[in-house]
Design a protein around this ligand. Sequence first.
Ligand code: 9MR
Ligand code: 9MR
Ligand code: ZN
Length: 730
Amino acid sequence: MALKGAVVLMLAASLGCSAITSPASTATATPLVSTKPLPQATESSFKPDDSWLNPMSLYIGDFQSGWFCNSGDGSANLYSTYDTMSIEMIHGGTSLESVSVSRQGFKLIQDHHYIITFSASTDMDRSITLRVMDPNDGTIYHDQTIELTSTSQSYRIDFTYTGEDTYDAMVALFTGGSGTNYHTITINGLCLIDLNGDQPSVKIDQLGYTPTATKRAIFSYNEGDFFNVVDVSSGQVVYRGGIIEQGYDMQSGDTVYYGDFSDLTTAGTYRIETQIGGTSYPFTIGENPYDALEKGLLYVMYLQRCGTEVVSTIDGYSHAICHDDLARLDRDGSTIDVTGGWHDAGDYGRYVNTGAKATLDLLLAYSIHPELFNDDTTIAESGNGIPDILDEARYELEWILKMQKSDGSFYSKVATEVFADFISAQDDTDPLIILGEGRTDIAAYASAVLAYASSIYEPFDSAFASQLWQAAQTGYSYVSRVSGQYIIDETPQGYDMGTYNDTDDRDQRFLLETVMFMVGHDYAHLQNALRYLSMEDLDLSDAGWRNCGMYGLYFLALQADQLEDGQTNMIHDRINRAIGSIASYIASSGYNYSNEGYGWGSNGDVANDALIMALVYDLTDSNMVQTIGMAAIHYLLGQNSLNTCFVIGYGTDSPTTLHHRMAISHDNARYIGALVGGPDAYCEDEIALAYCDTTFPAKAYYDDPDSYSTNEMAIYWNSSLLAALSILTN
Ligand code: 9MR
Ligand code: 9MR
Ligand code: ZN
């Protein structure tokens, strides 16, 4: 505690930080926002339609053993469960080879040392022979005679494999021979262990699971009949389950199997081991496996701050005040102060729509679970009595306010003419240019976020809340004055900067109406929102920077008590369709990927899907909705075909070399807590083109500082994952 306090103080001193937010009591402006609290979700307001697919139950297939009984001139019956075989010998035939039980598909690596362990018994004392062989030409790699008795004993067979690497070795038990008539041999838990520490192959969430969560391991090839969950500290098997085939996954090229261990609820650190030698990274079961991750995701938002000094207490790098010159309005050369806000991503551009989306996520996370967010995360304002997540969101809100014009509309973005070199923020001194004016999609989105924010800051700083509300209202009146949509591509030829274009502003207008209704309680806004809701060609299914209708559906659903049944049904129908589509993509994917394809920022799309499920979970408290949302998050945290946790510095295997100007200019600092963009089937940079296989989009990812289409981060990906996690796990 004392140490933490000291860090905060040192940080505050080093930043010369005196700009503590004025407390609410000193506010003088008349509050324009209703002080009525925002509606909260009540459990009974909405039940998700359970006629749509439950992807988790879809996988529940039948267990099928991979062991087969072969008999020449002997005969036997084989009965198997996932970990026990009973070989009922009818008669042994003329030789040992007359009866055998075998399984193919064992993976063997040259010069690795293996052990095969099992326990066995027989009701007639006898010996059998175990062989490890090539199933195609019969080459015997290892041959061992085993004496069996009527008491079950444990066996351990050691051998070093000297052949070529193979995924197709066979283990066979030879049980024939004259004089071996009717008896039964029982073999339990036979598994092969590679003592030379193979790369883990089994996919799990590398951070772990809460005790009551649905827990699945995913296997990328046939790893045997069963898997063990092993306690890492004691080495004991604490759970064993069967492995079930799911099928071929086109997007990764893997034939996928899964095993369920939801019944294991005891807290601990574990690892999965499979029958034929696969292992997983360690993971935990516990109440709070994602707490540290949530802190990291939020801290990265602070590291993205522009126009101020930033000192990382984690990564050991910092930048002095950056981008603090006046910016030039491209149209007429006049200059404006638009300092502040977050750098969008690995570049230093600042864009109002992505900033609005990211801010909205932080505000939602806070308003749904205020108890999760405290004031000690070592950002500049820590210790000021206001939750740090609200200080962080405010940093962006102040900038969005600066980006607003007096007519209520907004400039779209501030950036340099071309992306900066890979230099630290304070060294990027190219002239700042303001581009884009009056886009209705942006004005509506930004105004919605300002209006929502006004109600959230009201208890902390009512003057700020009033300022936000005022700005939202001017924004609203601007949007209302423009009857059609006005969306321009504001990036001139030859400029190289982020381009966040849209084609339809109705989802943003819908969102704005829903928020204005929720905060201002004026039924005219409800009527307008309902008008958009009835437009069947309007997509309201996403929670992104471009399509944002889902936020509006959520806000309307919160106010169901003020709606007629028919209106509520329309909202619930829209929500059901959106979550049904996420569920069906998850169901058809080997790794619970929640989208149709993989584009630039596919991980951000998954985070948005998780956020959609999270919002619906808040409305419904449905376990199924929560499980689907968490499946999307497990994908991001390691349960994917690449076996990678996509948040830097979390789990065991996460990216090391982010495409990010601050990280690269600081000796490839890791930038812990950043969610990378992830696989992009289109390989939109030279590195991805050179190193990624486009036939398998799920694997089109490359951890390299130059792969900007797969390995950059963005504020609006981090914010989505943070909000989704905090809602789904609480
Ligand atoms: O580095 C830029 C990255 O931050 C952006 O997301 C990306 C978006 O287009 O562009 C990157 O910049 C590249 C530019 O587009 C093309 N020339 C190479 C630049 C990176 O080295
Ligand atoms: O996330 C954006 C993605 O959807 C686009 O295909 C891509 C190319 O225009 O740009 C991405 O956004 C980048 C933006 O242009 C600049 N800042 C970094 C963003 C993430 O890579
Ligand atoms: Zn900056």
